[in-house]
Ligand binder design. Sequence first.
Ligand code: NAD
Ligand code: LMR
Length: 326
Amino acid sequence: MATKVTVTGAAGQIGYALLFRIASGQLLGPDTKVELRLLEIEPALKAAEGTALELVDCAFPLLSKIDISSDPNEAFDGAQVALLVGARPRTKGMERADLLEANGAIFKPQGEAINDHADRDIRVLVVGNPANTNALIAMSNARDVPAERFTAMTRLDENRAVAQVANKLAVGVDEVQDLVVWGNHSPTMYPDLFNAKVGGKRAWDVVDDEAWVAGEFIPRVGKRGAEIIEARGASSAASAANAAIDHVRDWMLGADGLRSMAVPTTGAYGVEPGIVGSLPVRLPGGGVYEIAEGLDVPPFSQERIDKTMGELREERDAVVKLGLVS
Ligand code: NAD
Ligand code: LMR
């Protein structure tokens, strides 16, 4: 039996970088057939059909079927894995509340459609921005689906942070481990070197340069998305798709060490329950994550974690006010 994977925003840039990798087996492994469900808005259906033609032309042995729809009820029918990529970008003159409201109009009905039509065992990754709060909206509108099935992506931020540390120390990226990003996928995010390791030693000690960590590393990782937009004239696509593959593959198939995932908060680390914040997780496989407790949180980290989680609380309050989350 093929696993039904729904991808929203399938005709977009990330969709184009993502779908071929899913169909080739990089998401769920070399032994799992996939059935793709592509969700797009009406005007982009033709472009999604074009992508589907190309997927067919790859003759991927693991790709058993492709369906395309503009109806969330159809696209999520029986879905076992969902990657929610399509979102409303911020346009000129749009305030944060307008952006949250516009995205609510996407993620509320998608949450409802997941609730009513998806497989009971579904796993959801939200990529479309503002990813954490979009995940909260979808989760809150899928009352019959356990909250922990909804996650948002901070793996790109983790990967970016790993690459920055490896570059600073002139070591391979595989030397850098357990580098967790806390909080919101926004410039307030906190990449944590106190629990990260380089060659088995505490990364904070190996780097040994607080001015670089506070003044360059943390802001650069937080604003890397903007740096990419400035350079490419478009937001990150292949690296975002790559991180989405990393996130779901590790969640489903398991991974060693600590990873960053934005998950519904439970009170761990004193973070108020009821937001979707990035935390350190362990991934034993089978679509399970465990929040890693007992990590070192010195005042340098606490101050930054409080700030980024506080921003998420404000976003939560704004969408509650808009009636998108109860
Ligand atoms: P894009 O504009 O190229 O594509 C988005 C696609 O979504 C479009 O084809 C659009 O038609 C579609 N879409 C819009 N509303 C939809 C709906 N209701 N249902 C289904 N599809 C819908 O954008 P992109 O570059 O692919 O980026 C997608 C999102 O991912 C953006 O919100 C972007 O900011 C975000 N992003 C997140 C991260 C992260 O790390 N979390 C990284 C990069 C980009
Ligand atoms: C990224 O981190 O690359 C994106 O979230 C940036 C964006 O605004 O799309």
